[in-house]
Ligand binder design. Structure first.
Ligand SMILES: NC(=O)c1ccc[n+]([C@@H]2O[C@H](COP(=O)([O-])OP(=O)(O)OC[C@H]3O[C@@H](n4cnc5c(N)ncnc54)[C@H](OP(=O)(O)O)[C@@H]3O)[C@@H](O)[C@H]2O)c1
Ligand SMILES: *[C@@H]1O[C@H](CO)[C@@H](O)[C@H](O)[C@H]1NC(C)=O
Length: 219
């Protein structure tokens, strides 16, 4: 498949691009700061890079040409925490993306989410409650943006989406993960970035979680 990657310049996004290439997909990376991509990606003949802002319909439309699916690791920078801008900028970017995907007749979207995007299958879990309330309290603008991203994706009637929700991310190379829901007795509040990338690339071929928002975690 020819896959558009958003959020490809963060640690999760870079692993996602590498995993897509390893599975023989071709990749378009749409990024505002493509200089952050490692040389192994920028020089790969199976990668096209388009520089642009999420609100730039012309550039994003160009990046979407010929694409079969969109995968996204976009999200508020964790390091910025409380300094994330107000006004849900990333959710507004997703609204533009959804509009352009509909226009280009591209249906499949797999997007990174978090436990802050509540799901009807979630049950109470103290560790997740502390995590989500911590983010909501100390990084309120980031929290609001994440919640709005979830609403923007779920609102679309044209998309075939999967929201792959992540807990705390770690840099271990392990790729095993379980997909479930908060408080189901299977999921824990940690996931490796590599396991996220691996799940997304497998889900692209399997379509096991259509119109669903599983919570991923270490087994
Ligand atoms: N670390 C954790 O424990 C944890 C837990 C739950 C969720 N997450 C989420 O997981 C996501 C990915 O993680 P990561 O480690 O790869 O973090 P990251 O470095 O913060 O990656 C975020 C990606 O989103 C892009 N981005 C952010 N705001 C944007 C905007 N307004 N316009 C365009 N692009 C924008 C960044 O682009 P630039 O490179 O141009 O900034 C980057 O590519 C993060 O968004 C984070 O919120 C992390
Ligand atoms: C590019 O993709 C083709 C087809 O999947 C593959 O044979 C080739 O090894 C890839 N090239 C690189 C540098 O990854």
């Amino acid at each position: 498949m020819h896959v558009l990657v958003l959020g490809g310049t963060g640690p999760v996004g870079i692993l996602l691009i590498q995993e897509l290439l390893a599975a023989s997909h071709t990749v378009v990376v749409y990024a505002r700061s493509p200089g952050k991509l490692p040389e192994g990606i920028t020089t790969n003949p199976n990668v096209t890079i388009v520089k642009g802002d999420l609100m730039d319909r012309e550039a994003l439309g160009r990046a979407l040409e010929g694409v079969h699916a969109v995968v996204s690791a976009l999200g508020p920078a964790v390091g910025k925490g409380p300094l994330h801008p107000s006004g849900t900028p990333i959710a507004k970017g997703y609204a533009v993306l959804v509009e352009l995907m509909e226009k280009h007749n591209i249906k499949r979207l797999i997007a990174l989410g978090t436990a802050s995007m509540k799901d009807e299958h979630d049950k109470f879990d103290l560790q997740f409650w502390v995590l989500v309330n911590g983010v909501a309290t100390f990084a309120h603008s980031a929290y609001k943006d994440v919640v709005a991203i979830g609403e923007t994706i779920r609102r679309s009637s044209a998309l075939i989406y999967t929201i792959a929700r992540v807990p705390i991310l770690t840099n271990s190379k392990k790729k095993e993960c379980v997909a479930g829901y908060v408080g189901d007795g299977k999921t824990k509040p940690w996931l490796t970035r590599s396991a996220f990338a691996s799940f997304v690339v497998e889900e692209l071929g399997r379509n096991d979680w259509i119109q669903k928002a599983p919570l991923l975690s270490v087994p």
